[in-house]
Design a protein around this ligand. Structure first.
Ligand SMILES: [Ca+2]
Length: 530
């Protein structure tokens, strides 16, 4: 049975368990700061008192729950178990009631020290599981989401982004570095995934990535510790790390309720982390569903030797993202700023040439794919101008080439957008619950065609469609209006020029009939279906 300790130290709560109130859905979505928790990070005396009251109530409730199993009729009591139909985990009423869920937090020790205090960094982890994992000895697989955003981000203040209004080759003005006001509450790190997966017979786990929230370490934005942190959490979930403790204690917490089968999912940065974890080859990470993941920070912030801004965030760069997510321990921030942002990033990110180098190579997960063995269901929008669609395809193609189980889902919208529930359910049912539902024989590519609904993709044998073939198109001149693209080779050569002016947006330039600030070559309208 679980126990609770309230000591004098700020972090002395080891194993806080209480029945939750119902969480709201979708507290995290993309990078929008409007979705984060209200400040309430540390327990005050009042909240401790409230929790104690809850614990007393929970103790009473649990005794009621346990009672049938110590009665003479215990042998005949029916236990709640996951149920599958048509290859999908079904919603189980006994798992659906949030007041019966057990929610607690803890820290998992990693193999790195990135905040300079000489001690291995510990990650803050929260667990939500059906009460039957305590009362009926039920073991379940895990759906795990990790993020650097859970504990808050900086506001978009003036000067946060690089000022791009300067001549090529010249240094830009210094940026400002706002501080994150850390938000959130214990023991709950996030409510994402919970309503979707717990009723279907999964345990949901969250963790804050290094240097964010109550996780120790430095945010490195794609550095090795962001792969090793989720690996440590999975090692714990699989029973390989024997000690799981408070932030500074040595008391053990065992994941006795875990089957050792873990799946990860998340959107954007939270979709990058499942891939990062998978590239460690960690045992137990059976399946991942990355949604619009950034898979290379070079591709995200650079493009073929040019400095690129993600769509909607002119002047963003990797050091801006560092400031954006740096919500960790205030007393460690100066060290992280100096070591990561003002040394490693400053010396290597190279906003002058935009060249690829070791710094960027170390932040490209395509270079780390060799150990990966998790089954991959990839999701992305064809009109994502933040994390371009190429990010997902390059990883999907590499996973396929390695012979891993892989499917891809593409839709016509922008950043984010998960696959339909049916696809995700089949994926996790097969690889986390181990139910042979034939998902291996399903279509490999699911494409939402133009004007179709997100949950109604058209199936294809593969992506790209094997029945498609490459066509060479030749531009013909037309500036400052539109040139054309045709399959006929142009008869004469020529030169057309543009004057780059950042004050015009891409969409405005694309729609302009005549302008000397862009060049555009278009085909006749294509039919969308064969
Ligand atoms: Ca440390």
């Amino acid at each position: 049975m679980v126990c609770t300790t309230f000591g004098g130290r700020k972090y002395s709560i080891l194993w806080v368990v209480y029945h939750s109130t119902e969480p709201s859905e979708g507290l995290f979505s993309g990078t929008s700061p409007t979705h984060f928790y209200k400040p309430n990070y540390f327990h005050t005396l009042d909240t401790r008192t409230t929790i104690m009251k809850k614990l007393i109530r929970v103790g009473f409730l649990l005794s009621l729950l346990i009672a049938p199993f110590i009665s003479p009729n215990a042998q005949t009591a029916e236990k709640s178990v996951p149920i599958f139909k048509d290859g999908e985990a079904q919603i189980i009423p006994a798992f659906e009631d949030p007041t019966k869920w057990i929610r607690h937090d803890l820290w998992v020790e990693t193999e790195f020290d990135t905040d300079g205090d000489g001690k291995l960094d510990r990650m803050h982890v929260a667990v939500t599981r059906p009460g039957q994992t305590d009362t009926e000895g039920l073991k379940l697989p895990i759906v795990y989401e990790s993020s650097p955003y859970f504990a808050g981000v900086v506001p978009f203040v003036k000067g946060l982004f690089w000022d791009v209004n300067h001549e090529l080759g010249k240094a830009a003005k210094e940026r400002v570095h706002p501080e994150v006001a850390r938000t959130g509450q214990r023991p709950i790190i996030s409510n994402s995934q919970i309503k979707t997966w717990v009723p279907r017979g999964y345990i949901v786990v969250h963790s804050s990535s290094p240097g964010t929230g109550l996780s120790q370490g430095s945010p490195t934005v794609g550095g090795d510790n962001e792969s090793l942190a989720p690996k440590a959490v999975i090692d714990w979930l699989c029973g390989r790390i024997p000690r799981y403790t408070s932030i500074d204690g040595n008391e053990e917490v065992k994941a006795f309720w875990s089957t050792g089968k873990v799946g990860m999912t998340g959107t954007s940065y939270n979709g990058t982390i499942p891939l990062a974890a998978a590239t460690t080859g960690v045992d137990g990470l059976e399946a991942i569903i990355p949604i619009a993941p950034n898979t290379s920070y070079y591709h995200y912030y650079r493009s073929n030797g040019l400095v690129r801004s993600p769509g909607g965030y002119l002047g963003e760069d990797i050091d801006v993202l560092f400031d954006f997510i740096h919500s960790g321990d205030e007393s460690k921030r100066a060290y992280s700023n100096k070591t990561v942002r003002d040394t490693e990033m400053k010396n290597n990110m190279d906003r002058i040439t935009g060249d690829y180098n070791d710094f960027w190579a170390g932040r490209d997960y395509l270079n780390d794919m060799k150990p990966m063995k998790a089954a991959l269901l990839m999701s992305h929008g064809f009109n994502d101008w933040s994390v371009m669609t190429e990010h997902s395809y390059r990883i999907y193609a590499a996973a396929k080439a390695k012979g891993l189980p892989a499917q891809i889902y593409y839709h016509q919208e922008g950043h984010g957008g998960p696959p339909p529930m049916k696809l995700m359910n089949r994926w996790f049912t097969r690889y986390l619950h181990g139910v042979e539902n034939g998902v291996e024989n399903d279509a490999k590519a699911w494409i939402v065609r133009e004007n179709d609904k997100m949950d109604n993709p058209t199936t294809y044998k593969e992506y790209p469609n094997p029945e498609a073939s490459n066509v060479t198109l030749y531009p013909t001149p037309g500036a400052p209006a539109q040139g054309s693209l045709s399959t006929e080779k142009a008869t004469k050569k020529g030169t057309e020029k543009l004057v780059d002016n950042y004050s015009f947006s891409g969409p405005a330039l694309a729609q302009a009939e005549i302008t000397n600030h862009r060049l555009m070559y278009v085909t006749p309208e294509l039919s969308s279906r064969p």
